[in-house]
Design a protein around this ligand. Structure first.
Ligand SMILES: [Zn+2]
Length: 160
């Protein structure tokens, strides 16, 4: 795992273990009984919400359309609307649970822009706290995080 700096945040670039399938197609096609294992928080009609397995900060999640496409121009207005509504809903839940000082909200289109999985568009929601970069050092590709993923999943699941 190598980490690349982009203007608004760090972006992971997957260099090994490249999946043959697409995780954003595969994960939601699993039964809902596997949602906790798959880190899926919400399933709506057109989009779902999944915690990032390699978060930049606690509660870093992604809002993802089911449609497999690499760019948002291909998405219809209903899908875009649901993505934005889910983003708002997730921000409210994260604010209630973790009282962040700010958020990064962003979509990387194509690999040159930092998309780790460039075939399937996904919106990153990254809560930020004052001074958070100080306690999340990147040492030899390992990021130290204050909260465990399973704990974040349960907390946000209850609020969403
Ligand atoms: Zn896909």
């Amino acid at each position: 795992m190598e980490v690349m700096f982009t203007p608004w945040r760090y972006e992971y670039v997957k260099t090994v273990d490249q999946q043959e399938g697409c995780i954003f197609c595969d994960k939601p096609s699993d039964p809902e009984s596997k949602d906790e294992e798959n880190l899926i928080l919400v399933r709506k009609e057109r989009c779902f919400v999944i915690l990032n397995l390699y978060p930049y900060s606690s509660a870093h999640l992604m809002v993802v359309p089911y449609e497999h496409t690499g760019t948002i121009e291909d998405l219809d207005a209903e899908t875009m609307g649901e993505m934005m509504a889910l983003t708002q809903q997730c921000m409210r839940a994260i604010r209630e649970a973790y009282t962040p000082d700010g958020f990064n909200v962003g979509i990387n289109i194509s690999r040159v822009a930092g998309a780790g999985i460039d075939g399937h568009v996904h919106l990153h929601l990254v809560p930020r706290w004052d001074g958070d970069s100080n306690f999340m050092p990147v040492v030899a590709g390992v990021r130290v995080l204050p909260l465990a993923l399973d704990s974040v999943w349960r907390t946000l699941k209850d609020l969403l």
